[in-house]
Design a protein around this ligand. Structure first.
Ligand code: GAR
Length: 227
């Protein structure tokens, strides 16, 4: 039997995306194991979720270190010792330095609450409401040195409805983040999706546009199967 595919999860807060991963593994929808959960916030509920699932949980608080680099070296030193095949940033709210990103290129993905390249950075739901867009959503992308700028693997869309405020829109997007992350991880774990020299590869072929999650939670190539 091949060794289980190992995922390290970085999370700063609530950890609902982490929980979606754990639940998918428990119910046999994701053939992987979470090798560890790592945080910049010792009080992050995500760490509690890890401990409840008997998964190693580690936190390093930036203020306990002399520099951003020193903090990152400590945190990612622990990540490396967990020997993950993939690092998943699931609500990890700190910028990751270029040297660390470089070291994990092609092996680190992030879930971001917008349809990238729209609305990078923070307060994405506020940005979407202020821009007056009709559609919003979430993306899973490879992490590169450019903030929220790496190649996008997959996206899920939601409508922006009349009367939406930030919490309402955030909740609608979050409801799609969980199935999007699990469906995308299934492709990464099976190594059907990889990062090639000029972008995302699916089954060895360049992906012209991000995969899109349908209402049944299945990812499609929008270039082959338009809506
Ligand atoms: C999610 O909405 C995720 O997309 C977002 O933080 C939330 C974490 O929720 N990530 C970012 O904004 C990264 N820039 P969770 O802790 O319940 O998974």
């Amino acid at each position: 039997m091949p060794a289980p595919y190992r995922i390290a999860v970085l999370a700063s807060g609530r950890g609902s995306n982490l929980q979606a991963i754990l639940d998918a593994i428990t119910t046999g929808r994701l053939d992987a194991q979470v090798a560890g959960v790592f945080s910049d916030r010792p009080a992050a509920p995500a760490l509690e979720r890890a401990r409840a699932a008997r998964i190693p949980a580690f936190a390093a608080e930036p203020r306990d270190f002399g520099s951003r680099d020193a903090h990152e070296a400590e945190l990612f030193g622990h990540v490396a010792r967990a020997e993950p095949d993939l690092v998943v940033c699931a609500g990890y709210m700190r910028l990751i330095g270029a040297a660390t990103v470089e070291a994990w290129t092609g092996r680190m993905v992030n879930i971001h609450p917008s349809l990238l390249p729209a609305f990078k950075g923070l307060h994405t739901h506020r940005q979407a409401l202020q821009a007056g867009v009709a559609e919003h959503g979430c993306s899973v992308h490879y992490v590169t040195a450019e903030l929220d700028g790496g190649p996008v693997v997959s996206q899920a869309r939601v409508p922006v409805l009349p009367g939406d405020d930030e919490p309402a829109l955030a909740a609608r997007v979050l409801g799609r983040e969980h199935p999007l992350l699990v469906a995308t991880l299934r492709l990464l774990v099976s190594r059907r999706v990889q990062l090639g020299p000029s972008g995302v590869l699916l089954d060895g072929e360049p992906l012209a546009a991000p995969l899109r999650l349908d209402s049944a939670g299945v990812l499609h190539r929008p270039d082959l199967q338009p809506d």
